[in-house]
Design a protein around this ligand. Sequence first.
Ligand code: HEM
Length: 576
Amino acid sequence: MFQYLNLPTGWSLFFLVLSTTLLVLWFFFLRGPKSIHNDASLPPLPSPDPALTASLLSKLRGLPEDWELFDDPLIREKALTSMVEKNGKTFLMYCQGDVKNALGASPVIATADPKLVKEIFLKKTHTLRRPRRMLLAQHLPGLDGVLFQDGPKWERHSRTLKPVFHAKNFSQFTNEIRREAAKHVELWSSINEKSPLSVHHMGGGQISTLSSLRELGTSVALHVGYGIDPSCEEGAALRVALDGYDEKKRFRAAGTNICLLIHALFLVWMDAKRIRNVVAKIVKRIQMEEKEEKVEEKEKKEEEGQGKRREDEQQQQQQEVTATPPAAPPAPPAAPAAPVVKPLSWIKQMVHAKFSVQELSNEVGHLHHAHKAIAYMTSFALYELGKHPEWQKNIRNEFSTVLLNGRPPEKTDLIHLKICTSVWKETLRMHPISLGVIREVGADITTKLNGGEEEVTIPKGTMISVLLYALHMDKDSWTSPELYNPQRWMDSGNQSAQSTFSDRGIREAFVPFLDGKRQCEGRFLAELEFIIFMWSILKEHDVVVPNDYIFRIGPDFFPDAATPIPIKLKKRIKVQ
Ligand code: HEM
């Protein structure tokens, strides 16, 4: 094998020993003690029926050279819509590079057919089971989180984390989100050409939106998700550990060189371990605090009981000594105290559900990863607003009409903020966080190919790439889909599209958060964070994107801007 890898024998032996040691370390230390729960994933589906697959493949169009357009940075994601136009809404996609590495196959069956997508997302048989490719991520250090799980394991994780995602819970943090956003906006507005380079400043007075918004996102996640003040020592340590974990960057830097890949795996393992060490301390602190709280509560109850007994005894003694006066009217019952709603946090939820430190730290890292989506979407929105200043004005006017006396937005205001939420939805439509997601169909699907009469069967077990970007650009569902036009949401004849909730509208081929049982858990939190940030920035500033900036994305299905999106803030002159 080592001859095949072209390595000199000394090195071969070294790497053999190193990789075996790493494997042993990983098995005994990183995976941690086995959970006491039934943490099985669903059994994998059998391979798809070869005859049905052969018949399907013979009917689908698509050529390897179609992918060349995706490799062209000037065209990139638009290549996916070209493929749909050329080959039909369900076709064979011969992906290459990072996309092929992520999907693990080429060609794959890809679809941007709204009807088929709806069936895949909404029917539990197709959506509850994770594709084998996604399940693999569970075995990489630090990646075993809810997105990559299924079966009883997913149910337990999802059930435990869900209450934190409930609007009633996270709305309590509106002030914290606003404070963190205000800090960032203040910092941004202080940046000028002479400011030193930093995570916020990319030179020339230009603000580096994504890296700065990611920092903001981590602060919000620490407050809202983990219940930790980002400015305390614990918060700072967790931030450093979370920001240090980027498995994609590590593996991408290693390329295909086996030695570098082993090295990258080791580094990822170290990064995950750093998160685990911090989380272990937090868990210990929480357990101690809760133990103390319990003791205090018990003591308080005992004291109250003793006090009551003493009072009763005194009353009895008084009654015996004094002549019985006429009975006083009974005191009106005290008004019930308003229940104190304690905010929930993912960490506390998992501690109460008896997750091991290993499970807990994996999930902490994983949720931080998922939360990053909001930073990407907000930076895309700032780019679009910079290019379409009329929408900045529209949002500002709406804020001053709906939020009287300049008060900040709350979750309950969202329903009235149609313009701001339409900007959000239009940004999600044009810049979905992932150009495509994968699913494995759990039962044979019979569908008509590309609107024609010919029926085909997609056999059980087939992996399908659902092309969100191409779906959001579907010419049969959208008028001029290539144009950024938030007005389309307000003018839509469809009630659910007009709603301010961005998870609505599957009929319009709009699924930025997917749909059904495995849709995004964080969508409502993301919406609130976005609105608060827009309010924080636009009330006193204009956002400007330099004229010479050309927006392009990198060659990945999770698209980052190929060069960071720069913006400048212009302080608005207050009208007296
Ligand atoms: C604009 C922002 C966001 C977008 C566009 C987005 C999009 C998505 C999408 C497309 C998925 C499904 C991925 C798949 O199944 O292949 C997903 C899943 C998920 N997202 Fe988000 N997301 C956003 C923000 C957030 C935030 C702020 C959180 C909070 C931590 C979050 C937590 C999750 C979780 C936990 C899942 C897994 C759900 C499951 O599989 O049961 N997301 N998200």
